[in-house]
Design a protein around this ligand. Structure first.
Ligand code: CA
Length: 390
């Protein structure tokens, strides 16, 4: 047999022996399951896309250059004007401002332009069968089957991103079930129609349910005082706004920090780059997508659409870029050296920032929690010396 045939047989075995019993246990009817799965196939392109996610692979400044490009800002302003009435009604109903809704819409699908053409069931089945985080995608596949069963929808009409997200706001099927709303009142929760009304209201509903605080920014750029204690930075550490102000932190424009409640100092490119004070709404955006770059991108795009300035600080743009593989290597070396990153995923998450900070403190480096090429080089050298000693 050729390899494709073996793979196809393994997939069909998985569908029959693992997926089907689980779907039936989840109250999916046998005829719904059979119809939905009849045209499902493994999509190798989906696995390739999963391995190359840009918000994780790009340095933050390049990601922000794409997320808040001149074109996306210009189009965002145009969309804000065009949909002003419906966005105002959505703000009234859900307490979420038009700027952030428009920014999420802009980042997810270019304001509805690119909603995705990948068959959702095949995408989810591929990731559940062979992808990373397979159990997560299997749950989403079951949710997609639930959606089809509830709406009596045609499986072939369910299309979206390579990761199984659908519509203007790229909701995963479980988010559709939990948070989609019928805002235009036609009796259907339609996130995929050309008219974005339901989709925009659903984004607002999602943010509202995850604790969005109306009248507050997501965060803003700050200037840190000379001699700032970098051990206080990182998303894992939160202090009241007035404490940051008392430590000498000011807004990038020189103004004082308003009392917005608790927040964290983020240094997305380390002490040599832009500093941010992020607030509660930043954390709400990370519930939409857990990547730090994404949340900063949404917040910044929202500000720019509303006329706010570009970041005033510099990025260390000449610094060589570390990929996910190298971040993973650093996590491994840190953990072996006794600074536990609580997992090796190649992402700059809060646990990794904490471990890096502790290593930097123990080794006399600026404790900004940032994995730079220098830091990776020192970790490698330490490891090599240890091997020689041993
Ligand atoms: Ca509707």
């Amino acid at each position: 047999m050729v390899p494709q045939q073996i793979e196809r047989d393994a997939f069909l075995d998985w569908v029959a022996q693992a997926l089907k019993p689980r779907a039936l246990d989840s109250q999916i009817q046998e005829r719904v399951f059979a119809r939905a799965m009849s045209s499902v196939e493994v999509l190798p392109s989906v696995l390739e896309r999963q391995a190359n996610q840009k918000e994780f692979a790009l340095p933050i400044w390049e990601y922000l250059g794409i997320a808040a490009s001149d074109r996306r800002i210009r189009n965002g302003r145009q969309m804000l004007r065009r949909h002003r009435d419906v966005l105002n009604r959505i703000e009234f109903a859900y307490g979420v401002e038009p700027g952030v809704i428009t920014a999420i819409w802009g980042l997810e699908t270019g304001y509805g332009e690119v909603r995705g053409e990948v068959p959702t069931l095949s995408a989810l089945a591929t990731l559940a069968f062979r992808g990373r985080r397979a159990p997560y995608f299997e749950d989403e596949l079951i949710a997609a089957l639930r959606l089809l069963q509830a709406d009596d929808g045609a499986p072939e009409k369910l299309v979206g991103s390579w990761a199984g997200a659908i519509g203007h706001g790229q909701f995963m099927p479980s988010a559709v079930i939990g948070f989609a709303v019928d805002f235009d009142g036609d009796g259907r929760r339609d996130l995929c129609a050309d008219d974005p009304t339901d989709a925009l209201a659903s984004i607002a509903n999602y943010l509202h349910d995850h604790g969005w605080k109306k009248g507050q920014p997501w965060g803003f750029e700050v200037r840190l005082p000379g001699g700032f204690d970098y051990t206080l930075s990182g998303a894992d550490q939160t202090r009241p706004s007035r404490d940051w102000a008392a430590l000498g932190v000011i807004r990038a424009d020189g103004g004082p920090i308003p009392d917005y409640g608790p927040g964290s100092i983020l240094l997305p490119a380390g002490a040599g780059g832009v500093a941010l004070l992020v607030l509660r709404n930043y954390r709400v955006i990370t519930r939409y997508n857990r990547s730090q770059a994404y949340a900063i991108g949404v917040g910044h795009l929202s500000d720019r659409i509303l006329g706010g300035p570009a970041f005033a600080g510099n990025w260390p743009a000449t610094e060589p870029v570390l990929g996910q593989h190298e971040i993973g290597e650093a996590q491994n070396l840190l953990t072996c050296a006794g600074f536990d990153t609580e997992g090796v995923d190649g992402l700059r998450g809060p646990n990794t920032t904490r471990a890096v900070r502790a290593w930097q403190q123990a080794n006399g480096a600026v404790p900004d929690g940032y994995i730079s090429t220098d830091l990776l080089a020192r970790l490698r050298a330490d490891e090599a010396n240890k091997s020689l000693d041993g």
